[in-house]
Design a binder for this molecule. Structure first.
Ligand code: PEP
Ligand code: MG
Length: 581
């Protein structure tokens, strides 16, 4: 009988894998309270210190083994763990608990680790909350050495794992990278979430994973055949023949498709009738640039800078902004980048800005993005100065988020002009012609897109928010997620209006919301006249495959017809017809 387990799926281009299980049994069995006497305290502390030193040495060995072509900066993840192992807040406190509570080092470490994890669990910032995983990994590493277990980060030093699905209580980023290089084809863990470092790594390594299946290491045996579906988050054990047949075929199809898509990377991005379409990447972290390049992105169409503000109690200053943008420009080697100014609030929060806009009834309609920046110029100015200075180093565009009225634009433009004067006085270089654009993601902005386009050098459609505000659907609320519909006639009409406004005033119009990377809408958007798409890097080749076969004139004609039918038929069915060539 097939046994199915449900967890959180982590999928990249490759979403399915089949293989025998390797069940890692480390870390099973809880730590129990073991009292000690006063004269055992020094010995216990020395045992703890030795375990910390051994954990540190083991991590340094792993760090030295990281292959150079690893697509993300895994070394930084490992450095973060090394820093924790040196952090007095962790180490001194455990020593103190051993001495004060007269208990074993294992128990003291467990107590302190639980306290730290609880603190992280209570944090508002979802990104920061996932750093609890790092604490758990570090605590687990020290426990391993206290138990006198194998001094490898995972018990698999010489194990040949080619083709195996690794099933573990938890995997550190270091484990994940080593397992991948030993040939593991998928990961299944009891802990971890979609924003954990290990999940980020799995995605960028192209290894499907399913996380968060509690106690799975107890239910599976090594060598039994598993099916891992990173898209649905399902793990199948003892799958019947029909399921195996289905998944084997799916895995073969995915692989064949990936091979086909990879061949498109170097093809010029233009339609069948020779119209160039720009395919760019949305990035949140500088380390994602390699993945964007590997997928043939022609630049960065949206750099979300909020991550510069997260994970910290203070604010980044001008120099820190500049260093970050300069590094991006260097890695891009001449390709353009559109830097969006701060869009904090709602889903993206920062503890340094927590007091601003917190506790309001409806943060999505509150002080966020450009509103916050204009209200708090101290937040805005250092970033804009840094973007201007970075424009002397490479092709940059500055983009303002959540614009609602031209008054906001006029104020933002006045600040930019004033900062340029300041830079002149300070004798600092910048590109006076650096394009400044607006994101159109509020219905009010879409309906006044022409007035906005008159003031701006480019427009970019943010469909994620445009849909949220037009359809009155909180994009973070799962209970109304089913209503989040890019094909709603209101959305299609607004998108058309924005593209027409840009085209009428002869300024570039792009799209950087998720709709740009959704293959269902590619032909429709080309038919509407969109020529710049920016999306998560993994979607670029899917979109390219479609545009290479498209003919803009035919699509324009058919899209015009589609709009005449919009009130009479199901929009998705009309779009399907448009897609059926
Ligand atoms: C959007 O709203 O479509 C967008 C791209 O911005 P974000 O998802 O960061 O709000
Ligand atoms: Mg947005």
């Amino acid at each position: 009988m097939t046994v199915a387990f449900q967890g959180i799926g982590i999928a990249s281009a490759c979403s399915v894998a089949l293989g025998p299980a390797f069940v890692d049994v480390r870390g099973r069995g809880g730590v129990t309270h073991t009292p000690i006497s006063v004269d055992q305290v020094q010995r216990e502390i020395a045992r703890f210190d030795l375990a910390v030193t051994s954990a540190r040495q083991a991590l340094k060995r792993v760090r030295a083994q990281i292959p150079r072509h690893t697509p993300v900066k895994i070394a930084e993840f490992i450095d973060a763990h090394l820093l924790m192992l040196e952090d007095a807040a962790l180490v001194d406190e455990v020593r103190r608990i051993v001495a004060d509570q007269l208990c074993s080092a294992e128990w003291a470490l467990q107590l302190h680790g639980d306290t730290l994890v609880e603190i992280f669990d209570q944090m508002d910032d979802p990104y920061l909350r996932t750093r609890r995983d790092d604490i758990e990994h570090v605590v687990h590493q020290i426990q391993t050495f206290l138990h006198g277990e194998n001094p490898q980060p995972i018990n698999l030093a010489d194990q040949d794992l080619v083709g195996y699905v690794v099933v573990a209580r938890d995997l550190t980023p270091a484990d994940a990278i080593l397992l991948h290089h030993r040939g593991a084809v998928a990961f299944v863990t009891e802990y971890g979430g979609p924003m954990s470092h290990t999940a980020i790594l799995a995605r960028s390594l192209g290894v499907p994973a399913v996380m968060g299946i509690h106690d799975i290491t107890r239910y599976l045996r090594s060598d039994e055949l598993l099916v891992v579906d990173g898209e649905s988050g399902t793990v199948l054990a003892n799958a019947d023949d029909a399921a195996l047949l289905y998944y084997r075929q799916r895995a073969r199809d995915i692989e064949a498709r990936q091979r086909r898509l990879r061949e498109l990377v170097d093809r010029p991005s233009q339609t069948r009738n020779g119209v160039a379409i720009r395919l760019q990447a949305n990035l949140e972290l500088p380390e994602d640039i390699d993945v964007a390049k590997a997928n043939g992105a022609s630049g960065v169409g949206l750099y979300r800078t909020e991550f510069l503000y997260m994970n910290r109690g203070d604010l980044p200053d001008e120099e820190e902004h500049l260093a970050n943008y300069a590094a991006m420009i260097e890695s891009l080697g001449g390709m353009p980048i559109t830097i969006r100014t701060l869009d904090l609030g709602v889903d993206k929060r920062s503890s340094a800005c927590a007091e601003r806009g917190a506790n309001v009834t409806n943060p999505a309609l509150g002080l966020r993005a450009i509103r916050l920046c204009l209200k708090e110029p101290g937040l805005f100015r250092p970033q804009v100065r840094a973007i201007l200075r970075a424009s002397a180093l490479g092709p940059i565009r500055l983009m303002l988020p959540l614009v609602t009225s031209v008054l906001e634009l006029d104020r933002a433009l006045a600040i930019i002009a004033e900062l340029k004067q300041q830079l002149d006085q300070d004798g600092l270089d910048y590109d006076d012609a650096m394009p400044v654009g607006a994101m159109i993601e509020v219905p009010a902005a879409a309906l006044t897109a022409r007035a906005i386009a008159r003031r701006m050098d480019f427009l970019s459609i943010g469909t994620n928010d445009l849909i949220q505000y037009t359809l009155a659907i909180d994009r973070l609320d799962d209970s109304v997620n089913y209503l989040f519909d890019p094909a709603h006639p209101a959305i299609l009409r607004l998108v058309r209006l924005i593209i027409e406004a840009g085209n009428a005033l002869d300024i570039p119009v792009g799209m950087c919301g998720e709709m740009a990377g959704d293959p269902r809408f590619t032909r429709l958007l080309i038919g509407l006249g969109l020529r710049e798409f920016s999306m998560q890097p993994g979607a670029i080749l899917d979109i390219k495959e479609i545009l290479l076969e498209a003919d803009t004139l035919e699509l324009q004609r058919r899209t015009e017809y589609l709009f005449t039918q919009l009130d009479h038929a199901d929009p998705l069915r009309l779009i399907e017809e448009l897609n059926a060539t």
